[in-house]
Design a protein around this ligand. Structure first.
Ligand code: GSH
Length: 196
């Protein structure tokens, strides 16, 4: 039995979504980031955390990759060129999309007030829009990033799309918006949303 630590309105959403897609049982502790409960599992206070076989795993991408490999779904096998392409999408999304959103969050409410530079957010919004355009130029015919197969980076990209809405980043790429709408319609996504 897996245990997931982290509130739904955080990157924990990604882990819960994967577990719902896999249809495996799990316990969920909706600990907020930096809460005592989160720190009890991860001294950094960051979520998500997944406890598997008594081992504490951190970082949403590492956790999604572990779950996909463990259950042999939502991933191409390690050592294949498809897996390398899939991992390329994962890195792109983390470096180019998550990083923009996370930097904006840090300068909105994460950093101590005196360290925030809110003016950076306009630049990040501009950059994010260009990165979405670049991602969509790579998607091909879809319906998923890797074509016919849904994989780990689809969960990451969709989560970033939702996060962007919450952070008031403009989303003006019609292909990306249609892709995110398709992903959000998945029953597993909807089940996690209902937890919030
Ligand atoms: N790269 C990590 C980032 C984890 C992270 O920063 N999570 C946020 C919530 S979405 C958090 O716990 N923030 C608290 C903090 O940074 O102090 C992941 O993907 O899991």
């Amino acid at each position: 039995m897996y245990q997931v630590i982290g509130s739904v309105a955080s990157r924990t959403f990604r882990v819960l979504w994967m577990l719902e897609e896999l249809g495996v049982p799990y316990d969920h502790v909706a600990a907020r980031p930096r809460s005592d409960e989160a720190r009890a599992h991860n001294p950094a206070g960051k979520v998500p955390v997944l406890i598997a076989e008594g081992v504490t795993l951190t970082d949403s991408t590492a956790i999604l990759t572990f779950l996909a490999d463990r259950h042999g779904r939502f991933t191409f096998p390690p050592g294949t060129t498809d897996r390398a392409r899939q991992d390329g999408f994962t890195q792109f999304i983390n470096d180019e999309m998550d990083a923009c959103l996370w930097t904006a969050a840090r300068h909105s409410y994460v950093l101590p007030k005196e360290k925030r530079v809110p003016e950076v957010k306009d630049s990040l919004k501009w950059e994010f829009a260009r990165r979405i355009d670049a991602l969509m130029r790579r998607i091909g015919d879809g319906p998923f990033l890797m074509g016919e197969a849904m994989t780990v980076p689809d969960i990451l990209a969709t989560h970033c799309g939702n996060w962007a809405v919450g952070a008031k980043f403009p989303l003006e790429n019609p292909s990306f918006n249609a892709y995110v709408a398709r992903m959000r319609a998945r029953p597993a996504f909807q089940r996690v949303r209902a937890l919030a």
